[in-house]
Design a binder for this molecule. Sequence first.
Ligand SMILES: NC(=O)c1ccc[n+]([C@@H]2O[C@H](COP(=O)([O-])OP(=O)(O)OC[C@H]3O[C@@H](n4cnc5c(N)ncnc54)[C@H](OP(=O)(O)O)[C@@H]3O)[C@@H](O)[C@H]2O)c1
Length: 334
Amino acid sequence: MGTASTSTTRVAIAGATGYAGQELVRILARHPAVRLVAAMSSGATSTPRPMPALARIWDDPVVPLDIDRLIADTDIVFLALPEAASADVAPKLLAGGRRVIDLSGAYRIRDNAHRDKWYPATGPLPDGVVYGLAERDALSMKTARLISCPGCYPTAALVALSPLSDAGLLSGSVIVDAKSGVSGAGKAPSDRTHFSENHGSVAAYGLFSHRHGPEIEQELGREVTFVPHLVPLDRGILETIYATLVPGTTAARVDEVMHAAYADAPFVRLTGSHLPEIKHVAYTNFCDVGWKVDAHTGRIILISCLDNLVKGAAGQAVQNMNIVLGLDQRTGLL
Ligand SMILES: NC(=O)c1ccc[n+]([C@@H]2O[C@H](COP(=O)([O-])OP(=O)(O)OC[C@H]3O[C@@H](n4cnc5c(N)ncnc54)[C@H](OP(=O)(O)O)[C@@H]3O)[C@@H](O)[C@H]2O)c1
C-alpha cells in the first residue's frame, strides 16, 4: 500500500459519528503524520453535524457521505460503517484508486460461500484484500489495497492464541469465553443494550451463531467454541480462553514462545501469571495477555483483554495505517 509522502497523507473517515468512528476522529485529528480532511456520516441529515465531544480536537463539521469527494481529496479512507455500507462503498473507492482500511466485517471471511453465510450483504471479495492483525500480518498489509481489520473479539483471541498455535503447542479445539461492554454493539440502542436491561446483569448470547466464531477459526486454523457475553460496562473485552497443550509442553516453553512472538510488539503486554483486567487497557491500544499452565492436566488458561473501541477497532486500524506508511507503529497511539 505504498502511499505519497507520509507528511502529506490525507485521510478521511466514513462513519465518523459512530462509536468506532469517533475514536478514529480523536486519534487521526491529532496524528502527527497525516491530515484528517473529512469526517462523514450517513446521509440521514442533509446539514453538517458538529461533534460536541470532540470540540477542539476536531472542530470541522461532519458531512454526509460523499464518495466522489473521498476519491478526489484523500489518500486513505477509513470505513467505520455497518458491513453492508462498507461493501457498497469500498469497491467504489478501490476503483477510484483510494486505499481503504475497513473496520467492518465485510471482507474478513475469505471463503465466498462462508462469507455469504455469515455476511450475506457483502458480495464478492475485491482484489487486494488483506486481513490485518498488526502483530502478525504487517508484511502482507504493506501491499494491500484494502485492509480488513479483525473484529474486536477475534483480536483478543488471536493475539493470545496465534503464537501458541503457530508454534504447534496447541492440541485440539479451544474455548473462548468472552465478555464485552455494550459499546461493542454500536450506538443504535436495542432491548439488549438498553441501560435498564444491561445494568446489573450479565447475559450470554450468540451461541454457535456469532460471526466472530468462524473468523477466529479461519485465522487460527482450528475449531473454536466461542461464547460471548454482554456485561454492564461501556467499553472493554475480557476473554478467558481454555486450551490443551501438546503433551510434554512445559510452562517455560509457553513463556518462551509468547515472549519471542511479542518481543517487538509495542501494543501487546504480556502479564504472565499476573492476570490482566479491563481497567488496565481501557482507552488504550494495548492488548494485555496473562496465562497459567496446569502441569497436571496439560491445560492452559489465557486471559486476554483490550478496549473494543481502540485496540479492537480504531486504534488497531491506525496501527495498521502506521505499518503501511512505514511509520513507528506507536505514532499517534500513545
Ligand atoms: N463497536 C465496536 O466495538 C466495534 C469494534 C470493531 C469493529 N466494529 C465495526 O466497525 C463498524 C462501525 O461500528 P460502530 O460500533 O462504530 O457502529 P455505529 O456506532 O452504529 O456507527 C455507524 C456509523 O456508520 C454510519 N452509517 C451507517 N449507515 C451508513 C450508510 N448507509 N452510509 C454512510 N454512513 C452510514 C453512521 O452514521 P449516522 O450517525 O449518520 O447514523 C455512523 O457514523 C461496524 O462495521 C462494526 O462491526 C465495531
